[in-house]
Design a protein around this ligand. Structure first.
Ligand SMILES: [Fe+2]
Ligand SMILES: [Fe+2]
Length: 246
């Protein structure tokens, strides 16, 4: 078989597999586009099975996935996080802050946008130092509040995205006040200082540059992320298998 024939055969097998499966979207995928209270229209499912594992439309992940496997197979383009981590390094930040920069937006790039700092913090909490989790959790709220002492201004992009009248919700304000008084305030603040948006599309930063930092500060579970019974293992599994019926 030629390479082209092999690719065609693989495509064909995938179409056949999809034909035998019912794949249902979680409510959170569609809530807003449709009213979540309305019953879900049932797809025709005679003789079909509901998907309970790997989604054939997605690249298959290794049996014991690592953090970098999630970057490679499930997260969107990571240039923003990689450039932010490199900037932190250039600015002489500690390795923990560099790691926080590398991970800070994994929720927006691979999971859920709303409250992304909290989701990302929860995902990595069992595997990193508490200071890293703190910085990731609170970067989201600190972005809305300037800090002259480190030259951090309210982002111009937020003016464009949310309008000049936008005010953070009271729970964001409370979280900000909490972070402000916390011993790790500056760790979270440094993350916002190195959280670059206007990143240069011509600068390429490779994941491998951070192999050592991750090796030293991210406790990669032997069983693979998702299979280690940690409090966030199920969240990693959901990212890996987002369309499982149960
Ligand atoms: Fe962020
Ligand atoms: Fe960011």
């Amino acid at each position: 078989m030629t390479t082209l024939q092999q690719a065609e055969a693989a495509d064909h097998a995938q179409i056949e597999e999809l034909d035998r499966l019912v794949i249902v979207k979680s409510v959170v995928y569609t809530s807003g586009e449709r009213d979540p209270r309305a019953p879900l229209p049932r797809p025709p499912d005679q003789g079909k099975r509901y998907l309970m594992g790997h989604d054939p439309r997605l690249p298959r992940m290794p049996d014991k996935p690592t953090l970098f496997d999630f970057f490679r197979y499930r997260f969107g383009p990571a240039a923003h996080m990689l450039q932010s981590a490199r900037l932190a390094q250039k600015n002489g930040a500690s390795e923990k802050i560099v790691l926080a920069c590398l991970l800070h937006d994994i929720a927006t790039s691979g999971f859920i946008r709303a409250d992304h700092g909290y989701w990302a913090a929860q995902l990595v909490e069992p595997y990193v130092d508490a200071e890293v989790t703190f910085a990731i959790r609170y970067h989201q709220v600190l972005r809305f509040y300037p800090d002259e002492s480190v030259g951090y201004r309210y982002p111009d992009s937020y003016l464009r995205l949310f309008g000049p009248d936008f005010k953070p919700d009271p729970y964001v304000e409370r979280a900000y006040q909490h972070a402000r008084r916390h011993k790790w305030y500056m760790s979270a603040r440094l993350l916002t200082v190195n959280d670059l948006y206007a990143f240069d599309p011509n600068v390429r930063v490779e994941l491998d540059e951070f192999t050592d930092v991750v090796g030293r500060h991210f406790r990669q579970p032997e069983e693979g992320l998702g299979f280690d019974e940690s409090p966030s293992a199920h969240m990693w599994r959901t990212i890996m298998w987002p369309t499982r019926y149960l």
